[in-house]
Design a protein around this ligand. Structure first.
Ligand SMILES: NC(=O)c1ccc[n+]([C@@H]2O[C@H](COP(=O)([O-])OP(=O)(O)OC[C@H]3O[C@@H](n4cnc5c(N)ncnc54)[C@H](O)[C@@H]3O)[C@@H](O)[C@H]2O)c1
Length: 418
């Protein structure tokens, strides 16, 4: 088996951490157990491009037990946990091509290697694999029954491909399942982004002016958790409805031009590009901390920051100090890459339990139905989404009420009124 990881001797540590995460992933565990018995992915070759974390390891093992041959590469150069990559290779026989801190050239070589087994399915987090198949490996399209996509940015790219009529095979947008984005993007990224900032800087958030750019699912979570730690949260938006929602949720809302002048910590989570630009860096107070938790590092104009700086030095891991002409300093975290995965461990396993249950069941859905679907982006079937919520509640020991026949009739009729 071919693989490329940092050091296979890290496998023992990685395996212990994979087992630790498994403790918090009861829904995926049930699916894995059924997959082991029924082998719904038998004969599938699956190329996955995901953050190589303990939670992803549990997903990869479940897919393998379901009968798939799995090759895994990273979906971001800084998001790999090297001990986990080694454990997957050594303890689970899964081909991994990922090293934390790999340069862009290695990152793309690893994508090429993950596609080398001629996949019948792709699993993406940011649509890099699908993009490579479309641009460089069109020969593979014929053999691929379908794919899945994990994140908002990937879904946006895939819908653009569908719109342009170039999407080569059907994709399930796992991100759009309720049991994914309502929990993973909001509570998972909310908590882990704060975790990443604190691990990198140990800054006190209480009383600090904390700017969140983008009030989508991720932005809501980051703002909520920052406020919970006592930060004075400022939101920037371009969507009037979301801006209004942020106002009524009790945050200050203003333009980035205004926020840049007063913010102390800045986090971009828009999925867009060029959110913090030269004019914003110029306006920031001395000591401002800037980071990104959106999928790509293009949310911050890092070349512009570099062009303003007369000096750059690394203060400690994931903290770079840029000294501007005039002496003000700006601290950039994690090279502008997803801070929750760069300096922390990504989302807690308990929330990835639902995201990856969606991935596993969507892969099973594709194996069964992919050939009959059109080359479009599909939602996760509602039965799957609901079932995951039911299983998660049950694993938490939470009972809910059920509709009585009378209530069902009432909700379905228009006859009863005041
Ligand atoms: N770090 C992680 O682990 C992680 C996890 C999930 C999602 N993501 C990524 O986070 C990003 C956001 O995801 P989401 O689910 O919240 O998306 P979303 O579409 O729900 O929210 C994005 C928000 O940003 C706003 N926005 C767009 N351009 C803007 C601009 N110029 N200024 C201010 N606001 C702007 C939009 O109006 C929208 O409200 C995506 O790139 C997604 O892939 C990261």
């Amino acid at each position: 088996m071919r693989y490329d990881v940092k050091d296979v001797r890290l496998a023992k540590d990685g395996q212990a951490r994979i087992e630790w995460a498994a403790n918090q992933m009861p829904v995926l565990a049930q699916i894995r157990e059924r997959f082991r018995r029924q082998k719904p992915l038998k004969g599938q070759r699956l190329s996955a491009c995901l953050h190589v974390t303990t939670e992803t390891a549990n997903l990869a093992v479940a897919l393998k037990e379901g009968g798939a041959q799995v090759a895994l590469c990273a979906s971001n150069p800084l998001s790999t946990q090297d001990d986990v990559a080694s454990a997957l290779v050594k303890a689970h026989g899964i081909a991994v091509f990922a090293i934390k801190g790999e340069d862009n050239k290695t990152y793309y070589r690893h994508l090429v290697q993950a596609l080398a087994h001629g996949p019948t399915m792709t699993m993406d987090d940011g649509a890099d694999l699908v993009t490579m198949v479309l641009r460089e490996r069109r020969d593979l399209i014929k053999g691929i029954v379908g794919g899945t996509e994990e994140t908002t940015t990937g879904v946006i790219r895939l819908k653009a491909m569908e719109q342009d009529g170039v999407l080569g095979y059907p994709i399930v947008a796992v991100n759009d399942a309720d049991t994914k984005h309502l929990f993973d993007n909001r509570y998972g990224t909310g908590q882990s982004t704060i975790d990443g900032i604190l691990r990198a800087t140990n800054v006190l958030l209480a009383g600090c002016r904390f700017v969140v750019a983008g009030y989508g699912w991720v932005g809501r979570g980051v703002a909520l958790r920052a406020r919970g730690l006592g930060a004075r949260v400022i939101v920037t938006e371009i969507d009037p409805t979301r801006a209004l929602e942020a106002v009524m949720d009790g945050y200050e809302v203003m333009s980035m031009a205004a926020a840049a002048r007063i913010g102390q910590v800045f986090v971009t989570v828009t999925g867009n590009k060029g959110i913090i630009r030269k004019e914003h860096f110029r306006a920031m107070p001395d000591g401002a901390i800037v980071c990104n938790s959106g999928h790509f590092n293009v949310e911050l104009d890092i070349p512009a920051l570099a062009s303003l700086a007369k000096k750059k030095r690394a203060i400690k891991p994931f903290v770079d100090e840029y000294t501007l002409r005039g002496g003000r300093r700006i601290f950039l975290l994690g090279e502008g890459r997803l801070i929750n995965l760069a300096s922390a461990e990504g989302h807690p396993a308990s929330v990835m339990d639902m995201s990856f249950a969606n991935q596993a069941l969507s892969a099973e859905f594709m194996a069964r139905k992919g050939r009959r679907l059109e080359k479009r982006v599909y939602r996760v079937p509602l039965e799957i989404d609901r079932e995951i919520a039911r299983l998660k509640l049950r694993s938490m020991g939470i009972e809910i009420d059920h509709l009585s026949p009378e209530q069902k009739r009432y909700l379905a009729s228009w006859q009863e009124g005041t």
